[in-house]
Design a protein around this ligand. Structure first.
Ligand SMILES: [Zn+2]
Length: 434
């Protein structure tokens, strides 16, 4: 076993034991303590790092490893140090104890994403101890605040310290690189190359206020209710982006079933619980989530509002908003609560080739395929704005049938120790060879 394989579980446990819950309102413990663990482990092997606190307690750690070939662009490897909160009463173990049981590390962050934080640390420590150097510059970043939009992490760093990312053209990070076993001779590894865009929209209807007992043909509550019902009930047509088309084609081929563009459901059935990651990537979605109107039973309010969580496909943003506008009608206006771009890159190039080669070297049954995720990561906006091409690649060889998607933000989140050991072997190859 290599040193990285030996220590990766221990590093992951150490990070899980630091509660870095992000409540999204600034009330949490922050990432400082987790960042201190990272810095201490780097310092132990002589690696200097930069610590940036964007607000009290909101810690980010960055370090750059110089490559042997300065003509090559740099690769960013980033992970976030915050986790979503965990309600201990729901769990079978203490979510912040980092318990190792039945070959798994249990705890909040085990897959999202202290697993990768630890793998990054273990591989970097190993490279440094052994005096090996990568070909290109590697920028390692452990970031704050991903779970609440990145304001104190990726957003702060890219806005105020862009020099840290100088020369970076590509990045790898969370929610991709995990395996789906088709049969013992074939494992698919899903690499994330696309993300849906996000449009949290506030819909507002203005009407004529008045007494609830009188005639009123301009009722804002009626108007917003109609608009929300139309949006919520809309049947969005299937629109296959290049990534989703490739994903479905590859899955169909792997399972030996036909690819019918008009009826892709049987293909999705084959991927089991992973459908939670990709099921919503075949079309736009717009789910009403909040309603806000009125204050008294017999008073018709002058205004009524609602919030819709919209997610649009890469390359089809205009079409999404055109449809939303026609559904809500001319009497309802829409404003953004939050708006974020969609991303899509092609599944090709030297980095993709290196990821495939590293996976195959450690798992001869590996077949890498691209996919689009319905949510978002730090690769969105901030790093994309710097012109960085981002991939979801946290290599994990998972046991057949493991419900990996449910681990994210889930109860009893856990990761196999062997998967982490596989991950550091793959990352070591990738980061050295690329
Ligand atoms: Zn995450």
């Amino acid at each position: 076993m290599t040193p990285a394989e030996k220590e990766v579980a221990e590093l992951c446990v150490e990070l899980i034991r630091v509660d870095s819950s992000n409540y999204g309102d600034g009330s949490g413990p922050g990432e400082r303590a987790a960042a201190e663990v990272v810095m201490a482990r780097l310092a132990e092997v002589g690696i200097e790092s930069t610590y940036i606190e964007s607000a009290p307690g909101r810690g980010n750690v960055i370090t750059r490893v110089e490559g042997t070939d300065p003509s090559l662009p740099a690769l960013l490897v980033h992970g976030h140090l915050d986790v979503v909160p965990a309600n201990a009463a729901d769990w079978s173990v203490d979510p912040f104890a980092g318990e190792v049981r039945d070959g798994y590390i249990w705890g909040r962050g085990a897959v999202d994403m202290k697993d990768m934080d630890a793998m990054m640390l273990a591989v970097l420590r190993q490279l440094t101890r052994e005096g090996r150097r990568p070909r290109r510059d590697l920028v390692f970043a452990w970031l704050a605040d991903e779970e609440a939009g990145g304001t104190y992490g990726a957003k702060h760093l890219t806005a105020h310290h862009p020099e840290l990312f100088e020369g970076v053209t590509e990045a790898i990070s969370e929610v991709g690189g995990y395996s789906l076993e088709v049969d013992p001779s074939l494992r698919l590894y899903l690499i994330e190359t696309a993300q849906k865009g996000l449009a949290w929209m506030r819909l507002v209807a203005d009407g004529t206020a008045g007494h609830g007992s009188m005639l009123n043909s301009d009722n804002a509550v009626t108007e917003i209710a109609r608009a929300v019902a139309r949006v919520g009930a809309h049947d969005w047509p299937t629109t296959l982006t290049p990534t989703v088309r490739r994903f479905l084609t590859e899955v169909a081929d792997a399972f030996g079933i036909p690819f019918d563009e008009d009826a892709p459901e049987p293909i999705l059935e084959r991927i089991g619980p992973l459908v939670r990651f990709v099921g919503a990537t075949l079309h736009h979605t717009a789910n009403p989530t909040q309603l806000d109107a009125g204050y008294k039973s017999n008073v018709i309010p002058g205004q009524a509002a609602a919030v819709v969580d919209g997610r649009f496909l890469p390359g089809h943003e205009d079409d999404f908003f055109k449809t939303v506008d026609s559904l809500i009608g001319p009497k309802v206006r829409r404003e953004f609560v939050h708006h974020d771009i969609a991303l899509e890159t092609t599944f090709d190039g030297a980095l993709v080739e290196s990821m495939i080669a590293a996976l195959k070297a450690e798992d001869p049954t590996a077949r890498a395929i691209p996919y689009c995720m319905s949510g978002g990561t730090d690769n969105k906006t901030f790093f994309a704005d710097l012109g960085v091409r981002g991939f979801g690649f946290v290599p994990l060889r998972l046991p057949a049938g493991m419900d990996f998607a449910s681990m994210f933000h889930g109860v009893d989140e856990r990761v196999p120790v062997e998967a982490l050991q596989f991950g550091v072997r793959v990352l070591d190859r990738l980061l050295l060879d690329y």
